[in-house]
Ligand binder design. Structure first.
Ligand code: FE2
Ligand code: FE2
Length: 171
């Protein structure tokens, strides 16, 4: 096990929180037929598709942007292009997917719900989001956090941790 950095610990905690939200979304999807749109008058359905998915998309966007702007740049400078390229590619798929799904869910909740054709597609893409993001987090837990602890010095670590705390508090 590597010595943990402050910023690594913060990202790890947020990974766990994201996994919990993804789990709630996954459980909901598993209980919900892909063939029949959900009953949007149920508060628990509105909660998952509104708050949980909406917060998840915002969290993913903020978390990814921070990693890209602050950590991937440090890793690239130190020659770690391989891991940066792989994780950046995944960000490029997961972020738009999360934001689109949150937007579509919001539109459905605020309007006429999901159409008979729209729901199966939404269901499929939401499952895809869960799968991709869980896998992405697992990779970061194995590779990124170790790379951070090896390559980020103490001063940079403290600066990044306080920037990240501010960012997370404002979200
Ligand atoms: Fe990431
Ligand atoms: Fe991450």
């Amino acid at each position: 096990m590597f010595a943990q950095t402050q910023i690594g610990t913060l990202l790890h905690e947020e990974h766990l929180q994201t996994i919990r939200s993804l789990q709630r979304l996954e459980d909901f999807l598993a209980n919900q037929s892909p063939k029949r749109p959900p009953d949007l008058s149920k508060p628990e359905v509105r909660k998952i598709l509104g708050d949980v998915l909406g917060d998840l998309a915002k969290e993913v966007d903020r978390h990814f942007t921070f990693e890209e702007d602050n950590l991937f740049t440090i890793l690239t400078e130190q020659g770690e292009m391989g891991i940066v390229m792989m994780l950046s590619e995944e960000h490029g798929v997961i972020r738009p997917l999360a934001l689109e799904l949150a937007e579509e869910a919001e539109a459905a909740l605020g309007g006429d719900g999901f159409t008979a054709d729209g729901w199966p597609e939404f269901h499929e893409r939401a499952r895809e989001l869960c799968e991709r993001e869980v896998f992405h987090i697992q990779k970061e837990e194995m590779g990124l956090l170790a790379a951070i602890s090896a390559l980020v010095d103490g001063e940079t670590d403290s600066r990044l941790a306080s920037e990240y705390r501010l960012l997370a508090a404002g979200a």
